[in-house]
Write a protein that binds this ligand. Structure first.
Ligand code: NDP
Ligand code: HSE
Length: 438
């Protein structure tokens, strides 16, 4: 006898909620064949009950109170697609207390409160699935947590915020300005409700927190991620980077390095021949390097309604398949058994080594470049390339670009402050880190 469809309570009918309804409906038969039962959204919650939705709500009861869904005995899986922390955290914890499985796309919630949420879920024997929280539709959580379980993972690095990648691509390919590229990402439903979370690197830091935890078996520790956004990246830097054979990408980098784990999100120059350099627009790409497999690369849409719904629905199928299994024998939420999570220290950014791109404006007279290179030399910084450009019409200062070899951040910070103090140098030295991702 066929089993009854599983009832899902859907919280949030925005970009991802709408995509999830569409995918569940369109692929209902395929999904049931995979899950062993149908999966249907029986109840949903949104703030505005008068909003025109671009999808059909047929068969779905729209209700006001999110807690009415998580307290409803007929709902077996709660799908949280509201976003943010409040009331999402309380909704998820209440669902768990009520013995319901949870699927969420909420990276902020997992990065900031995941330790508490997974502990509550473990005690209650329920699943909290979060594939859509990282890299949109790319099944990167599953790949790292299960597919690469035999490896000691060394590096996870990549483009994990679609909005930033979209903006940088629009600036480089179309010559768009930052504001109009951001507006377009917002219109297309890629950006967070507060887009500062994207462009300041917070969203990527949330995702990196999650990736690092499942890659290295460490607790979720968002506060340890070093973070810089893309708001200071200008068209001239994009252009100079291209001249030097590089692209500027906002990368999340987690590396199990000597002396501790590196956790950082920042704009980065990467060689244009690297596969990740050609990842454009809303696409994401994550490089995972394991000791057994070597480098692996995962590519796909990092945001948007149906790509993200693809990950949400995969989680729903996973939960339906696993809900009758013994909780002790399920894949651990954070890949490692909870008692085996180890608190390896996270490196201070001062101790991280990278190469650098520097752009500064200096008076064009003999001896100035020599003074700058002397300061770099005092800090053990070797120069890979120098370009001096023509001055802008009538300007006294000329743009000078340096590419350096790898050096500790501490030395570079010291060198930059000395260079900025030179009379012949105008204003701040602009710095972007350089990675080969080798
Ligand atoms: P939207 O802003 O498009 O949708 C949010 C939905 O939640 C809306 O339907 C809104 O109602 C509803 N909502 C918000 N607050 C409440 C509340 N207090 N009570 C009831 N309903 C509420 O967000 P997205 O769909 O873009 O994002 C949802 C989640 O998915 C977020 O965690 C986001 O980070 C994540 N995510 C988003 C991706 C994307 O591409 N957009 C990709 C991957 C993850 P109403 O419609 O009435 O305003
Ligand atoms: N705002 C996010 C992004 C959505 O642009 O990547 C996907 O997580």
């Amino acid at each position: 006898m066929a089993l009854k469809p599983v009832n899902v309570g859907l919280l949030g009918l925005g970009t991802v909620g709408g995509g999830t309804i569409n995918v569940l409906r369109r692929n209902a038969e395929e999904i049931a064949r995979r899950a062993g039962r149908g999966i249907r959204v029986s109840k949903a919650v949104a703030r505005d009950h008068h909003k025109l939705r671009s999808f059909s709500m047929e068969g779905i009861a729209l209700i006001e109170d999110p807690f009415a869904i998580v307290n409803d005995p007929e709902i077996e899986i709660v799908c949280e697609l509201i976003g943010g922390i409040d009331p999402a955290r309380e909704i998820v914890l209440t669902a768990i207390r009520n013995g319901k499985h949870v699927v969420t796309a909420n990276k902020a919630l997992i990065a900031l409160h995941g330790n508490e949420i997974f502990e509550a879920a473990r005690r209650k024997g329920v699943i909290v699935a979060f594939e859509a929280a990282v890299a949109g539709g790319i099944p990167i959580i599953k790949a790292v947590r299960e597919g690469l379980a035999g490896n000691r993972i060394q590096t996870v690095a990549g483009i994990i915020n679609g909005t930033c990648n979209y903006i940088l691509s629009e600036m480089r390919e179309q010559g768009s300005d930052f504001r109009s590229a951001l507006s377009s990402a917002q219109r297309l439903g890629y950006a967070e409700a507060d887009a500062a979370i994207d462009v300041e690197g917070v969203d990527a830091a949330h995702k990196l927190t999650i990736l690092a935890s499942i890659a290295f078996g460490i607790p979720l520790q968002f506060d340890k991620v070093y973070r810089e956004g893309i708001t200071q990246i200008s068209p001239v830097d994009i252009h100079y980077a291209e001249e030097l054979g590089y692209r500027i990408k906002s990368l999340g980098i987690a590396r199990n390095a000597p002396g501790g784990i590196e956790l950082r999100v920042h704009p980065t120059l990467i060689p244009e021949r690297h596969l990740i350099a050609s990842v454009e627009g809303i696409m994401n790409a994550v490089l995972v390097i394991g000791d057994a497999i070597g480098p692996t690369l995962y590519y796909g849409a990092g945001a948007g309604a149906e790509p993200t719904a693809s990950a949400v629905v995969a989680d729903l199928v996973d939960v339906v398949r696993a809900m009758t299994a013994d909780p002790e024998n399920r894949v651990p939420h954070l890949a490692f058994q909870p008692h085996a999570i180890s608190d390896i220290s996270v490196k201070s950014m001062d101790d991280v080594e990278t190469a650098y791109y520097l752009r500064l404006y200096a008076v064009d007279r003999p001896g100035v470049l020599a003074n700058i290179t002397a300061i770099l030399g005092q800090q053990d910084i070797s120069i890979e390339a120098i370009i001096q450009k023509e001055p802008d019409h009538g300007a006294r200062h000329v743009p000078v670009i340096f590419l350096t070899q790898r050096i500790r951040e501490r030395n570079m910070v010291e060198a930059i402050s000395k260079i900025e103090a030179l009379d012949a140098v105008d204003g701040k030295v602009f710095r972007i880190r350089v990675e080969t991702l080798a």
